[in-house]
Design a protein around this ligand. Structure first.
Ligand code: BGC
Ligand code: BGC
Length: 640
C-alpha cells in the first residue's frame, strides 16, 4: 500500500479494524488481480483507537448515532441534543428542511452551522458529520444547480464528466456546511418497474462500477481529507436494484450467489478501491435475509473479503424495520452484530417510537445494553466507533473546528457550475429516432413548444429535488432556479415561439417540440402499480396526437427516470408518430443543454445505459437475455 499500511488477507476477527499488529489494518481484501481496497492511514487508525479508549460508553454509542434534524412529526431536534447525546452525525432526510417555508442557501447554512457549533463543545473533540442525500447536485437547497440523475449520466459514458459533476456537488454542499453525501447509488437496476431506476447509472454492473467510482472521486476530491472534499456513501449494499419484480425494499430470490455477486456486489469493489469512506446497506433482502442484519454480507463479504475499511450507516430507520426481531433492543443487537456501525434514525432526540422511527435516546439505551451484555459486544462497539472516528480523522474533522467557506456559499448555483451541468445534459441525451428533422432549422419562422414537460422544472428534475418526491409535491412550496425547455428555446431561437401544455395550438407553426414524461417520484412511490410496465400517460399520448393532427413535423423530448412503453391503448406508437424522438432522462435545471442538441449546437453522443423494451412482457430486460429490445443497450444516433 502506498501509505505503508499493509492489508492482510484473512487477518483480524470478524472484519475488525485494528492496530493490533503495529498499525496494520487487519481487514482483508480478497486477492483479485489488480484489486486494491483503500486503507486509511496508520496515523488515523491509531488516533481513532486512542480516542475511543478515552471515551465513555455514552460517548461511544452517541458516536454511532445519526439523528434526523427534524423528527417524523417534523419537530426540530435542537442542536443541544448533539451535545447532550454526544451524537456523531446529523442528517436532513428527503422531507426535512430548515423550516417549512425557507430552504434558501442562508437558511440551510445557518441551520447546519448550529449543529456543527453544538458539536464543538465535546471533549474529546470528535467533530460532526452532517449528511444530505445530494444525489444529483446539492439537491435540497434552493438555488443549487441540479445535474442529470444517474441514468442520464450513464448515457454519457464519461467518467471525467461524472467526476466533475460530483466535484461541484461537493463544493455546493460545503457551501452550506454539509460534509457527507448519501451518494452515489452504485447498484445496477435490473427491472425498470423499480421506482429508483433513475438513481442507477446502468443496468450493467461494469458501467455502474466505473461511474460510481468516478462519482466517489469527485465527491471526495480524489481522497478523503483533500481540500474541499465531502464523505461519499456508496449505496444501497447489495441488491437494491435486483429485487424480484423491481420492488423497492424487496427481496432478491432469482439470482444465485455467483450472479448476485457479479451484479450487486461487484460495483462496490470499484468504489472501495476509489476510497469511499462509507457504505449504506440496503433495506432489501437476499433470499429472505435483510441486508441490514446480514453478518455474511456486511462483515464477511464487505468488510473482510472486500477489505472495506470505512463504516456502515444503516438506511433511514432500517434497523427499526428489521423483521427478524420484534423488540427494538434485539433489532439493534442484530444490526450491530452484523456489522452496522452507525444507525440513521428519524424519531427525534428523546421520543419513544410509535412506528419504526426511533429516537437518539432509544438508540443510546439499546446500544448501551448491547455493549454491556458481553465483552465481544463491547469490542464490536469499539470497532464501530474506531471506524467512524478514523474516517473523521481522514477528513480532518478531529483536528479542530471547521467553518463554512463563504466563497463556496456564494458560488452555489454559479454560472460556472451551471455550464458543467449544461454540458452534462447535452452529453446525456440519447437520440432514438430522427427522420432528418434534427437538428431543427432555426431559419423557420415559427416553433411551437408544447406538452406537460415543456415548461416544468418539476418534471425536468424528477425526485430528490428540493424535496423527497420532487418539486411540486408535499412540503415543497418553493420553485428552483433553472431553465425549462421552453425558456431555453426562447433564448436560442429568434423566430416566433408559441407554447401550450397539452399539445394544442400547433397548427400555424413550422415545427413543434413536444416535451412529455413522468411526474416526479422517489423510492417506493416510484414503483409501478401491480407490476405494470412504466408507460407514457394518456394525457401525454393525447398531446402527441394533437400535434400529429395539426400536421406539423415534431420532435418528442421525453423526461423519464427509465425507458417507458411508448404505445397507447389503441396500439398507436408515439415513436412512430414522431419525426424525431429524444430520451432526455431527468436532466435537472439546465434546459439549455437540450436546446444545444435540438438546434445542432452539439452533435448528440449519448448512448443508452439500459436496453429499451419493446413490450411490457419483455420486462425485466437486460443485456444478454436473448430478447430483441426496441432499442439495444448502447443505442444512440448522432447527426452527420
Ligand atoms: C433512502 C436512502 C436515503 C435516506 C436518507 C432512505 O429512505 O433509501 O437512499 O439516503 O432515506 O434520506
Ligand atoms: C424522508 C426520506 C426518507 C423517507 C423514507 C422521508 O420522510 O424524508 O429521507 O427516505 O422518508 O421513509
Amino acid at each position: 500500500m502506498s501509505t505503508g499500511v499493509s492489508s492482510a488477507t484473512g487477518g483480524g476477527s470478524g472484519g475488525q479494524l485494528s492496530t493490533s499488529t503495529g498499525g496494520s489494518i487487519a481487514t482483508g481484501g480478497q486477492s483479485i488481480v489488480g484489486y486494491k481496497p483503500w486503507t486509511p492511514s496508520a496515523a488515523c487508525v491509531q488516533k481513532a483507537s486512542a480516542l475511543v479508549e478515552q471515551q465513555s460508553v455514552a460517548q461511544r454509542v452517541g458516536q454511532m448515532t445519526q439523528v434526523n434534524s427534524s423528527d417524523t412529526k417534523q419537530v426540530a431536534v435542537s442542536p443541544s441534543a448533539v451535545t447532550s447525546g454526544f451524537l456523531g452525525s446529523v442528517l436532513s432526510g428527503g422531507s426535512t428542511y430548515p423550516s417549512a417555508n425557507d430552504i434558501s442557501v442562508s437558511a440551510w447554512t445557518s441551520m447546519i452551522t448550529s449543529y456543527v457549533d453544538a458539536s464543538k463543545n465535546a471533549s474529546p473533540h470528535v467533530g460532526l458529520l452532517f449528511g444530505l442525500d445530494s444525489v444529483h447536485g446539492n439537491d435540497k437547497v434552493k438555488g443549487s444547480v441540479m445535474f442529470p440523475h444517474n441514468i442520464g449520466l450513464g448515457a454519457t459514458r464519461n467518467e471525467q464528466l461524472v467526476e466533475n459533476v460530483t466535484r461541484i456537488t461537493a463544493l455546493e454542499m460545503l457551501g452550506v456546511g454539509a460534509n457527507w453525501a448519501f451518494a452515489p447509488a452504485v447498484g445496477a437496476a435490473r427491472d425498470i418497474r423499480w421506482g429508483r431506476t433513475f438513481e442507477s447509472f446502468s443496468s450493467e454492473p461494469d458501467l455502474a462500477s466505473q461511474l460510481g467510482a468516478a462519482a466517489v472521486k469527485g465527491l471526495q476530491n480524489g481522497k478523503l481529507g483533500a481540500t474541499q472534499s465531502v464523505l461519499a456513501c456508496a449505496k444501497h449494499f447489495a441488491g437494491d436494484g435486483a429485487t424480484d419484480g423491481g420492488k423497492n425494499t424487496g427481496d432478491v430470490t432469482l439470482l444465485d450467489e455467483a450472479a448476485f455477486r457479479k451484479i450487486a456486489v461487484d460495483p462496490y469493489r470499484a468504489s472501495i478501491a476509489a476510497g469511499v469512506g462509507s457504505i449504506m446497506p440496503s433495506y432489501s433482502s437476499y433470499k429472505g435475509e435483510q441486508m441490514t442484519n446480514s453478518k455474511k454480507w456486511l462483515t464477511d463479504v464487505l468488510k473482510t473479503e472486500l477489505g472495506f475499511a470505512g463504516f456502515l450507516i444503516s438506511d433511514w430507520d432500517a434497523v427499526g424495520r428489521l423483521t427478524s426481531k420484534t423488540v427494538w433492543n434485539d433489532q439493534v443487537a442484530a444490526a450491530v452484530s452484523a456489522g452496522i456501525d452507525m444507525l440513521m434514525v428519524s424519531g427525534g432526540a428523546t421520543g419513544t417510537a410509535t412506528t419504526s422511527a426511533h429516537s437518539a435516546a432509544e438508540v443510546a439505551s439499546a446500544l448501551t445494553a448491547f455493549n454491556n451484555a458481553s465483552q465481544a459486544n463491547a469490542v464490536r462497539v469499539k470497532d464501530a466507533v474506531t471506524r467512524i472516528l478514523t474516517i473523521k480523522c481522514e477528513m480532518g474533522l478531529l483536528d479542530g473546528d471547521t467553518s463554512v467557506d463563504a466563497s463556496l456559499t456564494s458560488a452555489i448555483g454559479s454560472a460556472e457550475h451551471r455550464a458543467v451541468a449544461r454540458d452534462a445534459v447535452r452529453q446525456s441525451l440519447v437520440v432514438l429516432k430522427n427522420d432528418g428533422i434534427l437538428p431543427l432549422s432555426d431559419s423557420v419562422a415559427h416553433i411551437h413548444v408544447t406538452g406537460s414537460g415543456a415548461d416544468s422544472l418539476a418534471k425536468q428534475c424528477g425526485g430528490w429535488t428540493l424535496g423527497w418526491q420532487g418539486m411540486g409535491t408535499t412540503g415543497v412550496t418553493s420553485t428552483n432556479v433553472g431553465t425549462t425547455v421552453l425558456a431555453a428555446v426562447k433564448k436560442r431561437y429568434t423566430g416566433t415561439v408559441t407554447s401550450s401544455t397539452d399539445g394544442s395550438g400547433a397548427t400555424d407553426a413550422n415545427l413543434a417540440i413536444v416535451v412529455v414524461g413522468e411526474s416526479p417520484y422517489a423510492e417506493t412511490q416510484g414503483d409501478t402499480k401491480n407490476g405494470a410496465a412504466p408507460t407514457l400517460t394518456s394525457q401525454d399520448f393525447a398531446a402527441i396526437a394533437a400535434v400529429k393532427a395539426a400536421n406539423v413535423p415534431f420532435v418528442v423530448v421525453l423526461f423519464s427516470g427509465r425507458p417507458l412503453m411508448l404505445t397507447d391503448a389503441n396500439n398507436v406508437s408515439a415513436l412512430d408518430e414522431s419525426n424525431a424522438f429524444i430520451a432526455a432522462w431527468l436532466p435537472g435545471t439546465e434546459g439549455d443543454g437540450i436546446a444545444d442538441v435540438l438546434f445542432g449546437d452539439y452533435k448528440p453522443t449519448g448512448k443508452l445505459s439500459f436496453a429499451w423494451p419493446a413490450t411490457a412482457s419483455q420486462i425485466p430486460l437486460n443485456v444478454g437475455d436473448g430478447t430483441t429490445p426496441l432499442f439495444a443497450y448502447g443505442f444512440g444516433l448522432t447527426y452527420p
